[in-house]
Design a protein around this ligand. Structure first.
Ligand code: AP5
Length: 217
């Protein structure tokens, strides 16, 4: 299955990806995770993108596309993939579409999340993530077994630097301005599956798995 997840920050893209990759044995490509890894290692690329992430602004398209298309060449993408956080602009979506068409492997589905802003803000303020294995927790509704320690790899959890209220507001603004137009773009191609992401993560996952099974992706 070749799939894109579209939705505002904190809607549950990373959480859903975590369960789908286990159940469907496909590859998770999160541009946010890739960028944070570069920033943590202070690579040349990481230094170029750090200020965008810290301010909650989108990284410019020309910096995003090369890194994503290199990732798509890796053998683990042949079995199918979930894009989480890419594409984020219509220009990125058009570039992806051209790239996949050339390979004869178009997208199967675009899953679009809707969640009210106040729920998103609350989820992001209470989110904790593992910088080592990228597992996602929430101190209110999905705490780790041992406080602030990752269940999977025992690394210390962190509160992402862009998960503070002023930056979250910028991320929501970027989403509305640059990413929300993708919903129209994919609707016109009949690829969109809308989910109400304000419900519990099990209900969201069930809707998506039912849709995938029904359509045989
Ligand atoms: P990125 O890392 O992609 O951040 P994002 O899109 O803002 O999404 P998040 O990771 O914050 O949220 P999520 O939807 O994955 O929610 P999660 O599952 O963790 O991007 C970061 C930055 O990188 C961007 O701002 C930009 O600068 C740059 N960037 C990345 N890609 C780019 C691109 N293509 N172009 C340009 N720039 C790019 O859940 C959130 C919390 O809620 C967790 O605590 C979770 O446990 C909880 N939760 C999840 N689902 C539920 C549920 N159903 N019920 C209750 N709680 C839930």
């Amino acid at each position: 299955m070749r799939c894109v997840l579209v939705g505002p920050p904190g809607c549950g893209k990373g959480t859903l990806s975590g369960s789908l990759i286990e159940k469907l044995q496909i590859t998770h490509i999160s541009t946010g995770d890739i960028f944070r890894e570069h920033r943590a290692t202070k690579s040349e690329f990481g230094q170029k993108i750090a200020s965008y992430i810290d301010k909650g602004e989108l990284v410019p398209d020309e910096l995003v596309l090369d890194i994503v298309f290199d990732r798509l060449e890796k053998p683990d993408c042949a079995k199918g993939f979930i894009f989480d956080g890419f594409p984020r602009t219509v220009a990125q979506a058009e570039a992806l579409q051209a790239r996949l068409a050339k390979a004869g492997k178009p997208l199967d589905v675009v899953i679009a999340f809707s969640v009210p802003d106040e729920v998103l803000i609350q989820r992001l303020i209470t989110r904790r993530v593992c910088p080592n294995c990228n597992a996602v927790y929430n101190i209110v509704n999905k705490p780790p077994k041992v406080e602030n320690i990752c269940d999977n790899c025992q690394h210390e959890l962190v509160h992402r630097s862009d998960d503070h209220e002023e930056v979250i507001q910028n991320r929501l603004d970027s989403y509305r301005k640059s990413t929300a137009p993708l919903l129209d773009y994919y609707e016109k191609q009949n690829l969109l599956f809308n989910v109400d992401g304000s419900r519990g993560s099990m209900a969201v996952e069930k809707d998506v798995l039912d849709y995938i099974a029904k359509n045989g992706f």
